[in-house]
Design a protein around this ligand. Structure first.
Ligand code: GLC
Ligand code: CA
Length: 534
């Protein structure tokens, strides 16, 4: 495919795979997954059928927030490997037709970053204005009511220089001042540095948050208590989602498009309102992909899911590519959140994720239906949730090592080494046992990705809702017709008119028969003969 032809891009209809590096494969026995471990298992990802890999943060960091507190934007965390390892990973993935995306954290740096270390030395320090400093409010105390991710004030007093600095996350993650032109120049260079090395794009952390209100006005109370409804009872009206942020993405988009093939900008756009989400695509001149959190937090019902999908597609500007995902390192795993561990539901969720038009992002372990792991308090490693909680308990539950096999270390690290987070004990949720079983979730997922490749790749396929009544969600996406019964009741199919491909091991319903509870079917209209089944 000519990458520039008709505006098509490699991520249209593709599957990205979010890989949490520390939980993938430990090759040097320190209990942490590492870059050589990814290289070692590239054949697995290629067998599975992913098109691109997004790596959780790889840059040097004191790890107060596991790499989301960067101390050097141009390096590789020594615990994870070297720059040479990353170059090799990009080359070896490329040789298998897979691209590599890095996680870029432009909203804040670690307070150990040399810029911040300099900034605290005095009000006239060279890098002082790289950060958001402010005097106390007129009556004393923090300059605004903004809260950080632990529920405390987002302002920390710096006694030696007599000002507050801003941190929307931990107090060791100081927010950058995007009103300072030098910050733009620094990031232009950082972005080019990685693109020049063959990085295919970035997942952009806290993409909605870069600019803050120039007057630092107080945030109003939140209108709702849903997970996207602000923070600790506050709407993030003035501490995020400021209009100036769009200019940053327009600049980076120009840089991204100046490369061959064009590089990808995928934003973590943590917003509730789909119109705001759509705004991050700009006029096809900002982010090419923006994560859809209303979909992530949708209830797992035909009505809600089809509602979000329909509303999203109606909102996005023409030609914009939607993104579907439901697990990540913050929100946990969908096999738990959506499916309560029920394998029938996991298969349905995978079916939906794999057949919606646009880009699908799977989280490592989704393909084996891996559920959250209960991590006892004393073993938790996530400082953010340990400190209080803006999050639903500990985020560690969704960050545990992938289970390669049924051994005590799950094949993640050497026997006798303590993994950085416990591996849990679900004996059947491991790659080795599922790979030996063609009826497993893993094989099911792989078949779906192959189907996606064959039917949806290289375009943003049209979507047509057939029904979302009575628990049944049926739609057409490109040449596929998908029917998912998301209910405990049998559901009548909306007039099948071709070959029904059942994805359960159970017998397919005879023509005209209803779909059983939590069953699904896919109809493929490719010529008149199509009999593959799984
Ligand atoms: C994003 C990341 C999250 C991190 C936060 C601060 O939300 O996904 O893991 O803690 O930003 O960087
Ligand atoms: Ca290691």
């Amino acid at each position: 495919m000519d990458e520039n032809d008709g505006g098509q891009r490699w991520w249209h209809g593709a599957v990205l795979y979010q890989l949490y590096v520390r939980s993938w494969l430990d090759t040097n026995g320190d209990g942490y997954g590492d870059l050589p471990g990814i290289i070692e298992r590239l054949d697995y990802l290629s067998w599975l059928g992913v098109d691109g890999i997004w790596l959780s943060p790889t840059m040097p960091s004191p790890d107060q927030d596991w790499g989301y507190d960067v101390s050097d934007y141009l390096g590789v965390h020594p615990e994870l490997g070297t720059l040479a390892d990353l170059d090799r990973l990009i080359a070896d993935a490329g040789a298998r037709g897979m691209r590599v995306l890095l996680d870029l954290v432009p909203n804040h740096t670690s307070t150990a970053h040399p810029w911040f270390v300099d900034a605290v030395t005095g009000r006239d320090a060279e890098f002082r204005d790289y950060y958001v400093w402010a005097d106390p409010a007129p009556g004393g105390g923090p300059p605004s009511n903004w809260l950080d991710a632990t529920g405390q004030s987002a302002w920390t007093w710096h006694e030696p220089t007599g000002q507050y600095y801003l941190h929307l996350f931990l107090d060791s993650q100081a927010d950058l001042n995007w009103r300072e032109p030098a910050v733009h120049r620094e990031f232009d260079e950082i972005v080019r540095f990685w693109f020049d090395r063959g990085v295919a794009g970035f997942r952009i952390d806290v993409a909605h948050g870069l600019y803050k209100d120039a007057e630092l006005r107080d945030n109003p109370p939140a209108a709702t208590t849903d997970p996207l409804g602000g923070r600790f009872g506050q709407e993030q009206t003035y501490s995020a989602n400021r209009p100036e942020t769009h200019g940053v993405f327009r600049d980076w988009r120009k840089i991204a498009e100046s490369y061959q093939p064009p590089r990808l900008l995928l934003g973590e756009t943590w917003v509730r309102d789909l119109a705001t989400l759509a705004g991050y695509y700009g006029h096809d001149d900002e982010l090419q992909l923006a994560f859809n959190f209303p979909f992530v937090f949708s209830r797992f019902t035909a009505q809600d899911l089809s509602g979000v999908v329909g509303a999203t597609l109606a909102r996005l500007p023409a030609g914009a590519c939607p993104v579907w995902t439901s697990s990540n390192h913050d929100v946990g795993r969908f096999p738990t959140r959506w499916c309560g561990g029920d394998e029938r539901k996991v298969r349905l969720a995978l079916l939906v994720l794999a057949t919606l038009p646009g880009t699908t992002v799977l989280y490592y372990g989704d393909e084996i239906g891996m559920t959250d792991v209960r991590v006892p308090v004393e073993l938790r490693r996530d400082h953010m949730s340990r400190q209080g909680t803006g999050w639903d308990g500990s985020r560690d539950r969704g960050r545990t090592p992938i289970r390669w096999d049924a051994s005590p270390s799950a094949g993640f690290t050497a026997d006798g080494v303590t993994p950085w987070l416990p591996v849990g004990d679900a004996a059947d949720q491991n790659v080795a046992s599922q790979r030996d079983d063609p009826a497993s979730v893993l094989w099911f997922c792989r078949s779906l990705l192959a189907l996606r490749h064959a039917e949806l790749r290289g375009a943003i396929a049209p979507y047509e809702l057939l029904t979302a009544d009575g628990g049944l969600w049926a739609y057409r996406a490109g040449g596929l017709t998908v029917a998912a019964n998301l209910s405990d009741q049998p559901a009548a199919l909306p007039g099948p008119s071709g070959e029904i491909l059942l994805s359960t091991a159970a017998e397919p319903p005879a023509p005209g028969e209803p779909l059983g509870p939590w069953q699904r079917s896919e109809e493929r209209r490719v010529g008149k003969e199509c009999r593959s089944r799984w």
